[in-house]
Design a protein around this ligand. Sequence first.
Ligand code: TMP
Length: 222
Amino acid sequence: MCVDRGKFITFEGLDGVGKSTQMEKLAAWLRQHGISVLTTREPGGTEMGQNMRSLLLSSRTEGLSPMAELALMFADRAQHIDEKILPALERGDWVLCDRFTDSSEAYQGGGRQLGSEIVHQLQKTLCRDLKPDLTILMLTDLSHSLNRARRRNAEDSKHSENDENRFEKENRKFHQRVLDAYLALAEREPQRVVKIEAKEAIGRVHKKITAVVEERLGLARK
Ligand code: TMP
């Protein structure tokens, strides 16, 4: 029997903007509509990727060059696509992913100033040119999301040896470049990337996201 391919939705934005909460709420809502959903994240969506995540995010990692950082993000992604994302989409599941290639364009392309072109090339070469059907870009002001991310990581590092602070420790200019790169890619691809104001209450943001999903993708009837 031929199964319709599932939809691929990604969540993007600065650290601490509330992506994972909204992704889980959307997953629950889709499941209520009878859709089978896989939620996952980058970096670290596979067992192998967990090791790359630790290396990439630990503030103990020193001297990693921007190119090596980009290459590791794509190594994680290539494994994730082959091992989890494509098999799920081919089964007909919807895949919701907390960060994907747009994060590389924003953080390495923008933040680390490697530019967008190299990210697009790697995407074509290493990721079978897989693109999300829809990307939810969650936006708040810079200080709000950074403060939230730093509080969360300070709390997490009390309970674990491995802190994930390497990106949060970057300065405000870095994060401003990340935000600018996100806004530029949303301008470039308005049919795929939808900006969502994320500072409102969780329930209101969720409603906006479900409205976008209904409007842009419809709901799979299974
Ligand atoms: P998060 O899982 O808490 O969102 O943290 C992941 C961090 O990794 C976040 O600071 C953004 C960064 N990142 C990149 O710099 N490039 C990428 O391609 C991805 C997927 C994440």
